[in-house]
Design a protein around this ligand. Structure first.
Ligand SMILES: Cc1ncc(COP(=O)(O)O)c(C=O)c1O
Length: 393
């Protein structure tokens, strides 16, 4: 079979589902209502931001939430509200989006990169333990690809050393750990509504937390240092305007009614994909979830390729077959800009192997009919069979 890259017929020619999905009637109605009300900002007395925030706090099993402009700012505000700042170190995983680390810098602290578990690719408690110093103030587990980090050992470690835990839940709306919702497992959890996320308003974020004093401090960081119920022009602490708009919240609120069904749909696709990969007997496996995962929100499906391949060729050939995959993250320790800010660049074997061997199937593809998961396996079989030896590619 000739590769599509070399003029052959692609495995798939139909487009994959678009992301975001088309606007649904409930979104259209609520966005229109907000637009017509003129109450577009969160300080004008509308209810969409309040309702969204309450729903996310409830869904995360905690009493408090603060909606923000994006999750990068949300992580910053959570750290700052929880007292993390200048002189402190925050431990972040080596395989994550760069914002997990740059949010730490924004708070004035230093990101300390710890390796991920070589199998499940989430923050490794052993690596965290090894990265502790007298300046460590917080750890930031990331619920990567929609599956929860193994929170119990991380929380136990944090409790032993008096550390704050901020969950980066940017990719994991609706996921559960040991049947408990993520987001509310640490001192604060932060969701993203950026364009690629499971719920999106183009941009947006939301912080949830359990403790009232932490909530008040985080709220104040996001509202120019105001005190709730205090003077409009009274600013007892330092803060910024990090608020989400009512228009964004109106796009997001109705989404909550279909989030579970969308997660189930992605789960069905992932299960079908795993079967299809096994049926083709490919040297490719699904990256397993960390222990304790009871619901993976399936933001991405991460696949590990167990034979040495030329990644550029693999990605180009898969795209030509109509099944585009994503290369995923470079290890955080390879970013010189972070090293210049004091983040140490040590060897991170878990993240480095992931950067060599792991590819991602994007969420939009996972929304397709699960019967089409065979396209993924067929295209991989075709491309891997035609893969030139690494030195000739
Ligand atoms: C793991 C992770 N953390 C943080 C972020 C930052 O979110 P935002 O784009 O909303 O700032 C993202 C995604 O963009 C992410 O995937």
């Amino acid at each position: 079979m000739t590769l599509a890259l070399h003029g052959g017929t692609p495995v798939r020619s139909a487009p994959w589902p678009a992301w975001p999905p088309p606007l649904d009637p409930a979104q259209r109605a609520l966005v229109t209502e907000v637009l017509e009300s003129g109450r577009w900002g969160a300080t004008q007395g509308g209810s969409a931001v309040t309702d969204l925030t309450a729903a996310f706090a409830r869904g995360s099993g905690v009493p408090y939430g603060v909606a923000v402009g994006n999750a990068t700012l949300g992580l910053f505000a959570a750290l700052r509200g929880l007292g993390v700042g200048r002189g402190d170190e925050v431990i972040v995983p080596a395989y994550t989006f760069v914002a997990s680390a740059t949010a730490v810098l924004l708070a004035g602290a230093t990101p300390v990169i710890a390796d991920v578990d070589p199998v499940d690719l989430h923050l490794s408690p052993e690596a965290v333990e090894a990265a502790l110093t007298g300046r460590t103030a917080a750890i930031m587990p990331v619920h990567l690809a929609g599956s929860p980090a193994d929170m119990d050992p991380l929380n136990a470690l944090a409790a032993r050393h008096g550390l704050v835990v901020v969950e980066d839940a940017a990719q994991a709306h609706g996921a559960t750990y040991k049947d408990r919702p993520i987001g509310g497992l640490g001192d604060a959890g932060v969701y993203s509504f950026q364009a690629s996320k499971a719920m999106t308003a183009g941009e947006g974020g939301l912080i949830v937390c359990r403790d009232e004093a932490a909530y008040e401090a985080i709220w104040s960081v996001c509202n120019l240092g105001r005190k709730q119920g205090g003077q409009w022009y009274g600013h007892p602490t330092i803060g910024w305007n990090l608020r989400l708009t009512e228009i964004q919240a109106a796009l997001l609120l109705p989404w909550l009614d279909r989030l579970d069904a969308e997660i189930d749909r992605r789960e069905s696709f992932c299960t079908a994909a795993e079967h299809a990969l096994a049926a083709e007997q490919l040297p490719v496996s699904v990256v397993p979830r960390p222990p304790g995962t009871t619901r993976d929100s399936r933001h991405l499906l991460m696949l590990r390729v167990h034979v040495p391949v030329d990644r550029e060729f693999l990605l180009a050939a898969m795209a030509a077959e109509g099944v585009p995959l994503d290369a995923g993250y470079p290890p955080l320790g390879t970013f010189e800009a972070l090293a210049r800010e004091g983040a140490r660049a040590e060897p991170y074997p878990g993240a480095e192997a992931a950067a060599r061997e792991v590819v991602w199937v994007r969420q939009s593809m996972l929304m397709d009919d699960p019967r089409h998961a065979v396209h993924l396996a067929e295209a991989l079989a075709k491309v891997l069979a035609a893969m030139p030896p690494r030195d000739q590619a």
